[in-house]
Design a protein. Structure first.
Length: 111
């Protein structure tokens, strides 16, 4: 999890300066360059995504990242700050969570 902090801190510093837009900053948070970004499980626009499928006791099971593009900010914020099976802990600040939420809402508008 330390490597996540090392990724987030530079983006936070960059977001405070004027050489990238808030949307570019939010996109960089959502599409983490280390391959563990939100888009891997929640889809390019937060629409949700099947991560894996398997057979258990002759029944097909899908392991999915839920849609996050249609939830309100309070639910989004709480989900990022509690432990959940299959969801990595990112240790994001409230401003970073707001940026992620902004990105998802803007992506959803662009559909």
């Amino acid at each position: 999890m330390r490597f996540v902090l090392f990724l987030v801190i530079p983006f936070y510093l960059f977001a405070r300066s004027s050489f990238i837009t808030p949307m570019e900053y939010a996109s960089s948070l959502y599409k983490n360059p280390r391959g563990i970004g939100c888009h891997n499980c929640h889809g390019e626009n937060g629409e949700g995504k099947i991560i894996a499928s398997f057979i258990h006791k002759k029944k097909k099971i899908n392991f999915s990242g839920p849609a996050i593009n249609s939830i309100n900010f309070d639910i989004f914020y709480k989900a990022l700050n509690r432990k959940k099976i299959g969801m990595p802990k990112y240790f994001l600040t409230k401003k970073e969570i707001q940026a992620l939420y902004f990105f998802i809402q803007e992506q959803d508008k662009g559909k």
